[in-house]
Design a protein around this ligand. Sequence first.
Ligand code: ATP
Ligand code: LTN
Length: 326
Amino acid sequence: MKRILTGIKPTGEITLGNYIGAIKQMVNMQDEYETYLFVADLHALTVPQDPKELHDRIKRFVAMYIACGMDPNKCTIYIQSENVYIPAMSYLLECTTSYGEASRMIQFKEKSKENKNFSVGLLTYPVLMAVDILYCDADYVPVGIDQKQHVELARDIAIRFNSRYGDTFNIPEPLVTSVGTKIKDLKDPSKKMSKTEDSPTGVISMYDTKEEITKKIMGATTDSDNTIKFDPDNKPGISNLLNIASSLSGRKIEEIEQEFARSGYGDFKKYVASVVVEKLGEIQDKYNKLINSDELNKILDEGKTKTEKLAKEKYELMKQRMGVIR
Ligand code: ATP
Ligand code: LTN
């Protein structure tokens, strides 16, 4: 069975964009692949975080993964920082990665411009991400287009390590989620819906109430021609709502277009809101049952034990290959 793996940084609350673009793909793939899903909390530290908020968010992420449909009996769920071999391996790989390679990463260039006091961790972030992928010999890494360059760097690092020190890592491939599932900010549909974006009415969090969801969708930016048609270039707002409704209801976009061919934007938005309210309601019910349960700790303990064993074996092999042994 091929292995897939992905992680999400707990830099803010999980959004509808994360659910449709990342978690739902993993839910759909967990039957066919050996699946690893983790909370990338060490990655969150590359930009300043409030410790109390970060701590609370980590467990919420795990409960939300499961509430969204990840089945702990089929996949391995864990917290990145609980695997002590991950940062240790990251140092070893940092020593095989050039400064030039790391500083060419687009995300590093962008984020280091935003804050001149950026941390060294922001530069080494893609090497840590390479370890996340390589320690368990993942075959495929489902990511958004913005992360493709990092997975390609992980490939380069693995190929170089293998040729310098002998076969050690499997070479992973990025699985870029399709353009159709890139969910946009409801207020500014030229931007993606993002958990760190300061856009209180443009971003739907997975914890939003029925009233909040309805208000945000009814207030979503659209256009003035009053036709419900999928046309992302000319009608980004309506196309975004069609994408959301289609992804959550499982209905085809054309079917929804036809149903609302003679309706105004108000009726269409009410429908989209009802679809989101229903889906998020189901997820939130499951989440509320899980968040304080012992089951969560059991799942995380199992994830830690399993992934630590794999990482330890790889770490020992790397050390041996690199000559850092007694
Ligand atoms: P940040 O604001 O910290 O950059 P983010 O919300 O943009 O966070 P990431 O943690 O970078 O999300 O991404 C986690 C996963 O969710 C990635 O696979 C990414 O492609 C996916 N994802 C994030 N936002 C969206 C979106 N709006 N539509 C579809 N997929 C998304
Ligand atoms: N960098 C990713 C999160 C992430 C990840 C990973 C994704 C950390 N490690 C390993 C896939 C595989 C992000 O910002 N979305």
